[in-house]
Design a protein around this ligand. Structure first.
Ligand code: ADP
Length: 193
């Protein structure tokens, strides 16, 4: 799915967070690299339709995302930077809840979970409470919820932050394997990423 961003601007008061930002994303993996405060989260929030731009255009398949509305949001998967999970939920309960919020049917949620648990190596922990999981497992749960609705566009905000080297390798290779079929936009402040 192609996303074209043209002359995107966003200010907070006098602070210009984005100024005439242009980019074109197609299928594949794109990194948004910049130091803290560069405007990455602002861009992600506008791309996920959580924040309104001041001016500019964001076209998805030639039509502005604001015109697509809910249909655009349904084609998105978003993995936030903060691990704000419901610690007392089990992994399965959390994912069922997220799927429901995404407007998915129970049967569909179950089928997607069955497909994705082995892919993300989460089969063994699906009945565990979120609070019992390691940081790396929580990241994988967050990635799984982003993939639940079979999105065409995946937006990942600093997906490897807080992970140990082995977990970073794991998450990177997973994201790489998803890049062929999805448009993946990931932010990072780490150059090697
Ligand atoms: P990044 O994600 O690259 O760290 P942000 O998009 O969070 O950057 O921030 C870009 C700039 O906008 C920063 O200078 C930040 O302080 C400012 N900013 C972000 N959100 C707000 C807000 N809600 N109100 C005021 N300033 C903000």
């Amino acid at each position: 799915m192609e996303i074209k961003i043209r002359e995107l601007c966003k200010s907070y008061g006098k602070k210009k967070a984005l100024q005439n930002f242009d980019a074109t994303f197609e299928n594949g993996i794109y990194g948004i690299l910049g130091p803290n405060g560069a405007g990455k989260s602002t861009l992600m929030n506008i791309l996920t339709d959580n924040l309104l731009r001041d001016s500019g255009r964001i076209l998805c398949g030639g039509k502005d995302i604001l015109k697509w509305g809910a249909a655009y949001r349904k084609s998105l998967g978003y993995m936030p930077q903060q691990q704000q999970l419901y610690e007392t939920f089990t992994v399965t309960e959390f994912l069922a809840y997220m799927g429901t919020l995404k407007g998915m049917k129970k049967k569909e949620i179950r089928a997607r979970m069955e497909l994705l648990f082995p892919l993300l190596n989460l089969d063994k922990v699906k009945r565990k409470k979120i609070k019992e999981l390691s940081g790396g497992m929580k990241q994988r749960v967050l990635l799984l919820q982003a993939l639940l609705n079979d999105p065409k566009i995946l937006i990942l905000d600093e997906p490897t932050v807080g992970l140990d080297p082995n977990q970073i390798i794991e998450i990177r290779s997973l994201i790489k394997s998803l890049g062929e079929k999805h448009t993946i936009i990931l932010s990072s402040h780490i150059l090697s990423e």
